[in-house]
Design a protein. Sequence first.
Length: 303
Amino acid sequence: MEVFYFNSSILYIHRPPLNISVEGGDITVYEECKDMPAALIFYLVLQFINMFLGIPANVMVLWLLHKNKGDSSTSDIFILHLAILDIFFCLLPPLELANKVFLTISSMWYALRFFYGVKDSSLLFLSCICLDRYMAVLHPITFTELKDRSHRTVCVAVVWLVTLAYAAAKCVGSIPNFEKAFVIMILAAFAFMLFCNGAILHALRKSGPGRDEMHPVKKRAFKMVLIILGIIVFNYFPPVALFPFQERFSQDVFNCYINYVSFGFMDISSSIQPVLYLSREKLPRVFCCCRKDGDSGNSTDPS
């Protein structure tokens, strides 16, 4: 059996650490963190919430996007691919539970690291949504000129290429200093999304003396931006705030506590994102058989 040796320099690559070789054989991640198991249990609970809530919620998002494709937002192409990405990631909990608690089969880590890399790159699709909303609100003339062009499809293709390349590199797990790529990506994406959403909220608030006096389309845009901003802060602030200060924590505390808590908050976005999207779309009305065609009101383009 191939053996991986644990050290702090590969922490970000493997998300939670790999199985650790000790005298007498390999031990599981759970056994390695047996003195501090709370964070690992917390992480696994969130992962199974992702599986039982995230999969049906993301499937419902795909169905809703398909149903309302005639009355869609320009951001829907990014939301669609983000939902597809999250569905695949939400399939992982049984494999994670087996390989962290019960087994010491290191070959499973190749598949886990690949999907960890895919999930890490979900930030790129969120950044695309934020950029699309930013252009729609702050630069409406340019946005209108580019609205019907194929650049969004090209952007999606580029994001998937970057995502797969990043995930493949993470799967290899032996590239020197590769952990810095994740830190740089999450810090840059976090700052970019905060800037875009802050600028959008400021512009929309200036559109009238009070939020209640906004144009209905701008109200929907305002609500969508607030949702994205909430996701950014709640799900991505913990790793942004903690990972750059790894050296301030002991190795055991960071590996068995900080690491799992941070990624737990980040990964639960696979459930929170579709649930908030569905709540914005007033999902119960979708199932009403007598719903009028003119009631959809799903567009969020403030153009």
